[in-house]
Ligand binder design. Structure first.
Ligand SMILES: [Cu+2]
Length: 101
């Protein structure tokens, strides 16, 4: 006899979070996916010992290598989905979703 597994127990680690602040820690962007309104300036705070960048997959924006305790900001004006990564550690991924307002 097996017990049914409720669908609600499925984890959703990339559930979008409405925030304009992203931390960079333990080789990960957190929250991984955020939602903002057009015109929002998003701030990334670098908390790792290793340097990281915030680099758009399409090259539309990028930070320089960020050392511990520094921040990077980018203002998103147009609605859309902006995937980014760390150019030093390409396995680090994040997404900014700019809503229609
Ligand atoms: Cu990195």
């Amino acid at each position: 006899m097996t017990m049914p597994v409720p669908a609600s127990t499925a984890s959703a680690p990339s559930a979008p979070v409405a925030t304009d602040h992203v931390s960079i820690a333990a080789f990960a962007f957190g929250p991984t996916t955020i939602t903002v309104k057009p015109g929002t300036t998003v701030t990334w705070t670098q908390q790792d010992e290793d340097q990281h960048t915030v680099t758009a997959n399409d090259g539309s924006f990028t930070s320089s290598p960020l050392v511990t305790g520094t921040t990077y900001t980018h203002t998103f004006t147009a609605p859309g989905t902006y995937a980014y990564h760390c150019s030093i550690h390409p396995f680090m991924h994040g997404t900014v979703v700019v809503t229609n307002g």
